[in-house]
Design a protein around this ligand. Structure first.
Ligand code: TYD
Ligand code: MG
Length: 455
């Protein structure tokens, strides 16, 4: 009998079948069968056969790392999230919602790299070559040795990559690519995984840095293939609200640099432009002396960012109080409101609380707590935070204010943007820290913090 070219493997238990089933016949898991290329079995081979010319173990101190020098992407903010530039042979997955600017960024990067380092191949399964050119003209790319390819067949892309010999390969989007080895539709888990595996093999084998674009589903995960996240070296997420012009790129996984590093961009009529000083951007529209507004010194990766936290507390009309938070975890807000109520005696029961990180930024670090508390208390008492005051600090369940990391960095950023006081955990106060003209106001409890913030 003829051997089948593809098989279906259960992702839960590993059972292989020749036909697709809705339920795995072995373990009973639903929807777990995924098409895969049938493994080529050598006739007569009983176990794994060592390949001739395979890798041999090398002594640690004899491994050469000279070729691990990074390439400049030509976009400073992108280099920053990548950990200092593109690592040769690395595979980078760039995820984000449709229309956020993934193609724009990669096209800009492609042109910059092509202009300085050599040819770049941009394979797009979503746009035609003419559409890409039109976009490029809008971005003012000039005439670098940038090769465009409108193709969805993986084998063709690989062929063209062998012909063009690019220094960087871009595949926009991995979900549109299909391999001739499988019969399933492009975008299915089997196809995405096969395509990624082949591209990764080329990336490592030819030392060719490869950028893959991945779509994000409604629930915020990379469409279907969570599998991709652990095969690639770096996973970047493009975030931002469509209604704002600025965009943030965050590294969620990076084998070659710090995670949670941020790159901030502004979407303009002529493409994405890096924002070297994001604090200025996020504070640009702040109305000082408004009740319910507080300035928080946050650190993302290695970079301090000042953000405005806004709160609005108003009496709820319908019995159950509403609490909504954007840019902050909802559970964290509930916890902080409970602390305010219990430890600082604020009457928040029955009040609606709306909280917003201005500018659409999302802050997950606990050092944001003090900013949230300040904004809520300020709105409830209808009294603005004392002028020129910034803050940071984690709040514990007993109402204590706990120290955080990188206090000096936060303090310096606040001083640089003209803040004269910084309310911070007393354990972080260090007289020698160079905070410029920024006075360190140490607090130990939430009650003390409110006293120092609102007077
Ligand atoms: P795009 O890069 O096509 O998004 P993705 O590849 O992530 O789906 O981004 C398109 C959006 O960016 C679109 O809404 C228009 C906007 N845009 C600008 O504002 N200025 C520009 O110069 C370009 C090229 C796009
Ligand atoms: Mg696109």
């Amino acid at each position: 009998m003829k051997e089948p070219k593809t098989i279906f493997a259960c992702q839960a238990c590993g059972t292989q079948t020749r036909k697709w089933f809705g339920q795995c016949p072995d373990c009973g898991a639903w929807n777990s069968l995924v098409e895969e290329a049938a493994p080529a079995v050598r006739p007569g081979a009983a176990g794994p056969v060592p390949a001739a010319g395979g890798a041999t173990a090398q002594r640690y101190d004899q491994v050469e790392t000279a070729d691990a020098e990074r390439l400049a992407s030509g976009i400073g903010e992108l280099d920053r999230v990548l950990g200092g530039g593109i690592v040769p042979g690395s595979a980078v997955l760039l995820g984000g919602e449709p229309g956020i600017g993934k193609s724009t960024l990669l096209l800009q990067m492609a042109a910059a790299v092509a202009g300085t380092l050599g040819p770049v191949l941009y394979a797009s399964g979503e746009e035609s070559v003419e559409q890409l050119k039109m976009r490029g003209d809008r971005l003012g790319l000039g005439a670098p040795p940038l090769y465009l390819l409108a193709e969805t067949c993986l084998e063709r892309i690989v062929e063209e990559a062998a012909r063009v010999k690019p220094v960087v390969l871009i595949v926009d989007s991995i979900q549109t690519v299909f391999s001739l080895k499988l019969q399933s539709a492009p975008g299915s888990i089997g196809q995405v995984r096969a395509a990624a595996a082949d591209l990764l093999f080329i990336a490592k084998g030819r030392n060719l840095p490869t950028f893959l674009v991945g779509h994000v589903t409604k629930d915020g995960s990379l469409a279907g293939p969570k599998v991709l996240e652990h095969v690639v070296d770096t996973v970047l997420y493009f975030e931002g609200e469509r209604h704002h012009s600025h965009r943030v790129i965050r590294a969620v996984k990076n084998r070659f640099g710090a995670v949670s590093e941020l790159g901030v961009f502004d979407m303009t009529g002529t493409g994405l432009r890096g924002v070297p000083n994001p604090s200025q951007l996020f504070l640009a529209e702040r109305v000082s002396n408004a009740p319910g507004s507080a300035v928080l010194c946050s650190v993302e990766g290695s970079r301090p960012i000042l953000v405005e936290v806004q709160a609005l507390v108003s009496s709820g009309a319908y019995g159950t109080a509403r609490r909504t938070a954007s840019g902050l975890d909802h559970n964290r807000l509930s916890l902080l409101l409970a602390v305010l109520e219990k430890r600082a005696g604020l009457g928040l029961a029955g009040e609606d609380v709306f909280l917003n990180m201005a500018g659409g930024l999302t802050i997950n670090e606990p050092a944001a707590d003090l900013g949230v508390i300040a904004a809520v208390a300020s709105s409830l008492r209808n009294r603005p935070v004392l002028p020129g005051t910034a803050m940071f600090g984690e709040v514990g369940l007993s109402g204590e204010v706990r120290g955080t990391v990188r206090a000096g960095l936060r303090l310096r950023e606040a001083a640089q943007l003209g803040f004269t006081r910084c309310v911070m955990p007393s354990t972080n106060c260090a007289p020698g820290t160079d905070g410029g003209a920024c006075e360190q106001v140490g607090v130990g409890t939430v009650a003390e913090a409110l006293e120092a913030l609102l007077g």
